[in-house]
Design a protein around this ligand. Structure first.
Ligand code: I3P
Length: 106
């Protein structure tokens, strides 16, 4: 699965808040067990990562609706085993659900 999501990093590790906290549109590519970030679909095709970011491993991650986040709609949370935490905003509820389902089962 792939597509544009708006992303905010909340945590850098278990006890450390992320330094860069703004929302950014990123083109997300989900492949077996990993999620890669790109500026757009063309960069994804060319394999040029967003700000040089290495795709994140989804092993041991938790992905669920971010019910506690009230500022935006259709936001889900991804918590990695290393403590990194991201919020992602999808364009609607259906898109949010398919991302969550795909991430959970990847
Ligand atoms: C952040 C930006 C985010 C905001 C975050 C700010 O500032 O305004 O939108 O998160 O608040 O730090 P900057 O663009 O200067 O990095 P929310 O949209 O969730 O409020 P936070 O530090 O309280 O997470």
């Amino acid at each position: 699965m792939e597509g544009i999501l708006c992303r905010k990093q909340e945590m850098e590790s278990h006890n450390k808040k992320a330094a860069t906290r703004s929302w950014q549109n990123v083109y997300c590519v989900l492949r077996k067990g990993s999620l890669g970030f790109y500026k757009d679909s063309k960069s994804a095709t060319n394999g040029i990562p967003y700000h040089g970011e290495v795709p994140i491993s989804l092993d041991g991650s938790v992905c669920e609706v971010a019910n506690e986040y009230k500022k935006r709609k259709n936001v889900f949370k991804l918590r990695l085993s290393d403590g990194k935490e991201y919020l992602f905003q999808a364009k609607d509820e259906a898109e949010m659900s398919s991302w969550i389902q795909s991430i959970v089962s990847s």
